[in-house]
Design a protein around this ligand. Structure first.
Ligand code: CMC
Length: 428
């Protein structure tokens, strides 16, 4: 197998090393391309063929539907691990033992109080504000209240920023939801597990005890694990890019949250439920919507279908579909949109348009149905995705800093006007 790639330009050959990852993925290392070829660069909109980094966190094989965090399969982690263990694994590279996990959780708990002044900021948002906008702003705001989090020049400083955000972010998520519902911005109970406490913070009413339901805890835990990392996707690349300027962790995460919001990315989970409800309200005619999705003159896309990397199946979607049936059964919830979703999936999987383009249900197709069964409002779905993705973003940001990656700064091929003389306004 060759170890170099040869590029010939204007009759001259240039050699570049081929590098190989631990799963035998191969890449042409073009670091010296521009300098050796006197200014030639590559162009790849959407980065469909471009690796932005070498990473040891998540392995994804889209052709074979494989997803592993630090070498462990997503199937095994979803079944056997809990979210905090997975967070530790992603961030620090190894599964924690009981003692390490306890210390990690205790350090997070110590950071789980949010400055009271932040309540004023939350109250200043209109109730109708989209929670993703609110949570992105609040995450950035945390920097103002914790200026030391920007100083990440030592391992200790990085660790402190990490436990701080893992402690405070769930509080902000819960308060963002509670503000919309007119509920007091209360804390949960730090004697509970990390995910149990999130549920209590979100759902505890002032007039009654919050009763923990293990099935709900397990369902949310699994959803968060499935969302915890997905290598160099749009939001993660954003986090790494912002962090590469040595901006602090919280503002890098805030930028990642904004990137996640879009309906082509994390925002798809909200868009899926809205689409399914729309189809149901329109009489449940899935064929009509299939036709719309295939019509190139119609902007409608089948939300929750397709993926940049998975071209066979999304392993997360498989787990989530099974989990949706189990959770709804366990909680005794009957959701008619589940039938619409299953009908749509069946038709799409048999339709040449979707088959030829290798379009399969992705993680977002069924996740909203579970969130809804757990009592989470539709506008909060993407916030829940962010809550799950938080450890992945943190892990990627930390890796980028520890590897001392250079500032992210793509080049371009300029296609604008050539040099021309300025025309004074009265002569234009
Ligand atoms: N419905 C109808 N047609 C589609 C869809 C869809 N959901 N997705 C892709 N296509 C078509 C697309 O029109 C194109 O057709 P053609 O070759 O005839 O021009 C072909 O399939 C390839 O699509 P693409 O847009 O070039 O592929 P991409 O890799 O740039 O986009 C995607 C990937 C996820 C943005 C896209 O599949 C999509 O918009 N899906 C719907 C939104 C969605 O569910 N997003 C969640 C992604 S998973 C969660 C996460 O973000 O991590």
């Amino acid at each position: 197998m060759s170890t170099t790639a040869t590029l010939t330009i204007d009759g001259q050959a240039y050699e570049f090393p081929l590098i190989k990852g631990t799963e035998n993925e191969r890449a042409i290392d073009i670091k010296t391309l521009r300098s050796s070829t006197n200014g030639i660069i590559t162009i790849d909109p959407g980065y469909k063929n471009t690796g932005s980094c070498e990473s040891a966190i998540t392995f994804l094989d889209g052709e074979n539907g494989i997803l592993r965090y630090r070498g462990y399969t997503i199937e095994e982690l979803a079944e056997k691990a809990d979210f905090l263990e997975v967070a530790y694994l992603l961030i620090f590279g190894e599964l924690p033992n009981e003692e390490t996990l306890k210390k990690f959780h205790n350090d997070i708990k110590k950071e789980s109080v949010v400055d009271e002044e932040i309540k004023k900021i939350i109250h200043a948002f209109p109730k109708s504000a989209h929670p993703m906008g609110v949570i992105s702003s609040l995450t950035s705001t945390l920097t103002a209240f914790n200026p030391s989090s920007v100083d990440v020049s030592s391992d200790e400083a990085i660790y402190n920023s990490i436990v701080r955000i893992l402690g405070k972010f769930p509080v902000l998520v819960a308060w963002t939801m509670r503000k919309r519902q007119g509920l007091p911005l209360d804390y949960g109970d730090n004697s509970l597990g990390y995910v149990e406490n999130i549920l209590k913070m979100m759902f505890k009413r002032p007039d009654e005890e919050y009763v923990m339901n293990k099935k709900v805890v397990d369902a949310l835990d699994k959803l968060l694990i499935l969302h915890a990392d997905h290598e160099q996707n749009c939001s993660t690349s954003t986090v790494r890019m912002v962090g590469s300027s040595h901006a602090g962790l919280f503002v890098s995460l805030s930028a990642g949250i904004s990137a996640l919001w879009g309906p082509l990315h994390g925002g798809a989970n909200q868009a899926v439920i809205e689409m399914l409800e729309g189809i149901r309200a329109d009489g449940g005619d899935t064929k009509k919507y299939m036709a719309k999705a295939k019509d190139k003159n119609d902007p409608f896309r089948l939300m929750g279908f397709g993926h940049r990397v998975y071209k066979n199946f999304d392993p997360r979607a498989k787990i989530i579909k099974k989990s949706a049936d189990e959770v709804l059964g366990d909680l005794g919830v009957v959701d008619p949109v589940l039938d619409v979703a299953k009908g749509l999936e069946k038709e799409a999987l048999e339709d040449p348009y979707f088959v030829d383009r290798k379009l399969y249900p992705n993680v977002d197709f069924y996740s909203g149905i579970i969130y809804r069964a757990l009592g989470i409002p539709t506008e909060m779905f993407t916030v829940m995705f962010a809550l799950g993705r938080l450890p992945g973003w943190i892990a990627q940001w930390r890796e980028m800093r520890l590897r001392k990656e250079p500032i992210g700064r793509p080049r371009q091929v300029y296609i604008g006007a050539n040099k021309r003389d300025f025309v004074p306004i009265e002569e234009r």
